[in-house]
Design a protein. Structure first.
Ligand SMILES: [Zn+2]
Ligand SMILES: [Zn+2]
Length: 336
């Protein structure tokens, strides 16, 4: 991740001021929240809600007042829009609401992450368990990765949201919303004049982590690539402001680069399956030996690519008799 720790000011073509607040959501993990000086004052994303993250958010407000001569404080925020249901973006919403009384909105497909946080984590963990067993992992390793996946379970208290949205203009605001699933089911990119807040969908340097749709609906590489193509067609965008990293001068160019990156990885994945291969075997070839949480990320990324190829008939499961006979066998994929 290429963090940019500087508070920055942008002005949209319609003369609306935007401040980038680089909040240290977790150690060395900066989430860019954006303060938009609309009426009502709008904050896009709330970082993680960890004590240090909340302190960092307040510090960003202090810096913007000192550096840009503003008087605005967190207490002035009256609307909080969450770009997607990942803890480094929505976890701070309790703190923002306590400080400001802001109304909270999120896409309808990610609302349940906030409202039924524990339920969604537990249910998706069951799907993850089945995925890891089919991927060819031992029970012991599967248990370890499942425990890691639940690292965020104590970080957030579920609560209702005030409004949800899908796509199109957000009422009583200058914002246009574009649903961009794949990295997260209910992720949105938000247009303000010539600015596109790209969330984690398009970032300046990296491409966001992918995960198979088998585990959570509306994730997966198919949705992600389709949503990249959709975002590229939005007219009149001069700058992209992502949920992490630096501003993006050429959003369409970054979209093309992100698609090309995944096409390259798809080709590599397919070529590794000349012989029958499991997700675990392909993941090891693609990413080598990873440690800790990165093992899980590598499996999910590999699984998303193999799922995409399998759904489109480029890979087939070749141990069908075994699959037919056993409750949840390891799947062997081969290039077709
Ligand atoms: Zn994310
Ligand atoms: Zn993120």
């Amino acid at each position: 991740m290429h963090n940019d720790p500087v508070v920055r000011k942008y002005t949209s073509a319609g003369r609306t001021t935007v401040y980038k607040l680089p909040v240290e959501a977790f150690p060395n993990h900066i989430t860019n929240c954006y303060l938009v000086m609309t009426d009502p004052v709008t904050l896009i994303d709330a970082a993680s809600g960890q004590e240090s993250s909340n302190a960092s958010l307040l510090d960003c407000f202090a810096r913007l007042r000192a550096e840009f001569g503003e008087t605005v404080a967190l207490a002035d925020v009256k609307r909080l829009i969450l770009t997607h249901g990942h803890i480094d973006h929505f976890g701070g919403l309790h703190f923002v609401v306590e400080q400001s009384g802001a109304e909270i909105g999120i896409h309808e497909l990610d609302m349940s992450v906030v409202r039924f946080f524990n339920e969604r984590l537990v249910v998706s963990s069951k799907n993850l368990q089945i995925f890891l067993e089919r991927a060819g992992l031992t029970q012991e390793k599967t248990g370890k990765l499942l425990a890691m996946n639940k690292w965020s379970k104590d970080l957030f208290r579920a609560r209702p949201v005030d409004f949800t949205f899908d796509e199109g203009p957000l009422p009583n605001s200058p914002f246009g919303l574009y649903h961009a699933p794949g990295h997260c089911p209910g992720q949105v990119c938000i247009q303000l004049d010539d600015i596109l807040f790209t969330a984690d969908h398009v970032l300046s340097h990296i491409t966001p982590n992918q995960s198979p749709e088998f585990i959570v609906r509306y994730t997966g590489l198919g949705h992600y690539i389709a949503a990249l193509k959709k975002i590229k067609t939005i007219p009149g965008i001069n700058i992209g402001l992502g949920g992490h990293e630096h501003a993006i001068d050429d959003v369409a160019g970054r979209v093309d680069a992100s698609i090309a990156f995944h096409e390259g990885r798809l080709e590599k994945t397919l070529n590794l399956c000349g012989e029958p291969r499991t997700v675990a075997e392909v993941s090891l070839e693609l990413f080598g030996e990873r440690k800790g949480y990165h093992v899980l990320l590598a499996f999910l990324e590999t699984g998303a690519h193999m799922e995409y190829l399998h759904e489109r008939g480029h890979l087939a499961v070749v141990n069908v008799e075994e699959v037919d006979e056993q409750p949840n066998p390891v799947l062997q994929y081969q290039k077709q």
